[in-house]
Design a protein around this ligand. Structure first.
Ligand code: ADE
Length: 250
């Protein structure tokens, strides 16, 4: 899978490509990562990439010509590339979208805006989709592009250690991941749940589903409105309700 980031700050993006899981995936040739400096496509002597907005107002806008040339260059040997504009106005990014990209394994080209944004005509003519990573405004799209590259890469085969790691992820079953514990079994007078030491895999699995459902209910109840509960999940939640009722009666 190929990721290309069009940016005015290629060093920022390159440092991300050269570390951790991303650099390992590059070395294993599972992904390739390229940054392209939009400024290299500026056509005047001063390498100008921005200009004042027509109609007046504050801030600067990225000029269409260098960005147009940079996108054309990025797509030259992969015309099937999907061009994505990182913007707080875009569709909110989520795990489903990450899987969608990971499964299609296309070449993705990210346009990272700065200043007030990019000239709208680039949007009409070259952008396939706009994506936001949340309802807040950052100084540029680079961090947002990195968020997408990171979350898509970890879903690709052979990037993470075991297949299970992605299967148990939060959001995978429409709920948050269960609680994790490691050694020691007692830490500052806090013990881990006994069942995790029982060696009974069926019971452990049931405890994990229960932990996952309880956490989702307490931390992200909104996820339940998007999820159709399975019968065994309903039973677990009903049992928890009964336990709570008993507790209140006391
Ligand atoms: N650029 C600035 N803020 C952004 C956001 N929230 N998502 C995507 N790109 C952005």
């Amino acid at each position: 899978m190929k990721f290309t980031v069009l940016t005015l700050f290629p060093d920022f993006v390159n440092s991300f490509f050269m570390n951790g899981m991303i650099s390992r995936a590059v070395k294993k040739k599972i992904i390739s990562c390229i940054s392209i400096n939009i400024r290299d496509f500026a056509f005047n002597h001063h390498k100008t990439v921005d200009d004042k907005p027509y109609g007046g107002g504050c801030g600067m806008v990225i000029k269409p010509e260098p960005l147009y040339a940079a996108v054309k260059y990025a797509r030259k040997d992969r015309p099937d590339s999907r061009v994505i504009l990182m913007t707080p106005q875009g569709r909110p990014f989520d795990q489903k979208k990450a899987w969608d990209f990971a499964k299609k394994k296309k070449s993705l080209v990210f346009i990272c805006g700065r200043y007030e944004g990019i000239d709208e005509r680039i949007n009409y003519s070259l952008v396939d989709e706009e994506i936001s990573i949340g309802d807040y405004v950052m100084t540029g799209g680079e961090l947002a592009a990195m968020v997408i590259i990171d979350s898509v890469t970890r879903l690709l085969p052979d990037v993470l250690g075991g297949k299970e790691s992605v299967d148990i992820d939060s959001f995978q079953n429409g709920r948050l991941e269960y609680a994790h514990y490691t050694r020691p079994s007692r830490f500052k007078d806090m013990d881990i749940p006994d069942v995790l030491l029982s060696g009974n895999h069926k019971k452990i699995e049931k405890w994990r589903i229960t932990s996952s459902l309880k956490r989702t209910f307490l931390k992200r109840p909104d996820l339940f409105t998007q999820k159709k509960l399975k019968e065994h999940e309903k039973q677990i939640l009903k049992k928890w309700c009964r336990e709570l009722e008993e507790l209140i009666k006391k």
